[in-house]
Write a protein that binds this ligand. Sequence first.
Ligand SMILES: Cc1cc2nc3c(=O)[nH]c(=O)nc-3n(C[C@H](O)[C@H](O)[C@H](O)COP(=O)(O)OP(=O)(O)OC[C@H]3O[C@@H](n4cnc5c(N)ncnc54)[C@H](O)[C@@H]3O)c2cc1C
Length: 544
Amino acid sequence: MSGKRKRGSTIAVFVMAALFAAILFSGCAATGPATRSADYDVIIIGAGLGGLSAGAHLASNDLKVLVLEQHDKVGGCATRFERGEFTFDASLHEMAGGGPGKNDRGLYQLLHLCGVYDKIEFIPLPDFYRSIFPDIDIMLPPDWEGFKYALKSKWPEEADGIEKFHRLCADTLDDLMELKNLFRYRGAKAFLAKAMVPLRQPTFYRYKDKTLQDVLDDCFTNDDIKAVVSQLWVYYGAPVPEQSALIGLAATETYLGDGVWHIKGTSQALSDAYAERIRELGGEVRTLSKVTRVIMEDGMAAGVEIASGQTFTGRYVVANTDPYQLVFKLVGRDYFPEAYVQNLENLKPANSLFGVYMGLDIDLKAKGYHDVEIFYNTSKDSVVLHDNMMKGDFADGAVAITIYSNMGDPIYAPPGKSVVTLTAYSDYAVWPEDSKAYYAMKDRKVDELVALAANVIPELADPAVVAIKEGFTPRTLKRYTMNRDGVVYGFYLSPDQWQKIPNETPISNLYIASNWSQAWHGMGSAQINGWRAARLIMDREGIE
Ligand SMILES: Cc1cc2nc3c(=O)[nH]c(=O)nc-3n(C[C@H](O)[C@H](O)[C@H](O)COP(=O)(O)OP(=O)(O)OC[C@H]3O[C@@H](n4cnc5c(N)ncnc54)[C@H](O)[C@@H]3O)c2cc1C
């Protein structure tokens, strides 16, 4: 891979490191098993990928698990639905890190660990993305060699910068992998590991307070290549000059190092595989079970109540919910230290999404559209695009066009037909409360986004071939996930917020397993957050 240099030690650096260590990764430690007697070892609120992953890891280690989900199916964002002869993945475009890439890191390992890997089939996607700007149109392959070749062919003068960018991505993920168990360390071990970060994980340390724009400026001179290389900002919840450098670097390495994947049978197949695994290990997964309250006793979580009034007791509770629902509604803010609540209130959430699910009576591939993931941008300035979309001005924003029927899975559309999804950033606040005004705006904005995407695929705007055209808004996403304002990415990932909040909470037997906690966001990260919450409980139970 890359030639990482370990730097020599100096006393000054060590002292700085110790100071830095005092604040880095600060969590709320709890040790020893929770001993109260209860119906279940662990109750999990929410069957998104975070909750399901937590449940599968815990059940794999002989803990008795109950997962409660408000919706009639498991998966949260990771679900599918049908409209006539078309099938839609509610969310997944591209997943990083799950398939058999380097095989030794991240999600691939976790899926094996909890016995889910053999229940699913990963589909390798043929391309990473096609990036279109007013004067650029470039297709980028899904591996480093192809990615670098495509960039160097277009911008040969940037060859050194392209190699440097690759090294930074690889080194950042290497550093993060070395730190992957840090959240479990306590006392002197934690102190030492944190103190050594500047020496042992220098790339991570150098870029932890930087933005993706800083990385681009370090590597490239040409603004066009910067715009193309950072195109995936639209997946990570913040425009390039405000986005944590770590996210862009690590995620790019996960995609290009380990492969770009989809799941055969849609992301629902992954969610269902988790639920099946939990059940086969003796755990329970109940849908249509909305948790309305965490039952508190002596300052600890003792169980939960669901909407029907039924109660369940558990030694631990894991929340796959957003932390606002957890703190302000399910538990009650008085149970949390004021500093924790203040921190939560000060953190800025990321965006929600607006989009259109489309079924077409034509085969787009047969018409020459071979792409899977296309980004159409009206400007190279990500701040302008971000702000326009968040204002509801989709015509002057960016749109991700995903052609699912080109992924090589026949589930999406019958022969001769196609499934396409359009996605853009959106802010809950721009959508009217009044139903009539909301639906009128939704219809208008659906047509606006379709018109934007029709710059790439004119057939999308042809009523003669469009069989299904259904919009989703932040309000739709809120209804299905219960996330505040329909936010899908947890907290805004600026350099000062990349640590989000720990998987532990100040309530010693209450944990968080959603993308609002520390392992960032996206489907891979949700599953890692689930594992982290499970791992902390297993550590307390003395399970290796
Ligand atoms: C349109 C769209 C496109 C996306 N594209 C991608 C992509 O291409 N690649 C990628 O990696 N990621 C993508 N994502 C993001 C990814 O889907 C999410 O980040 C991830 O699935 C979140 O998982 P989670 O477990 O944290 O939470 P969620 O999926 O939000 O799950 C939370 C679950 O908890 C349940 N719940 C909440 N409160 C309660 C309660 N009180 N009682 C019972 N149940 C409750 C909800 O019903 C839900 O099932 C996309 C998301 C969307 C919406």
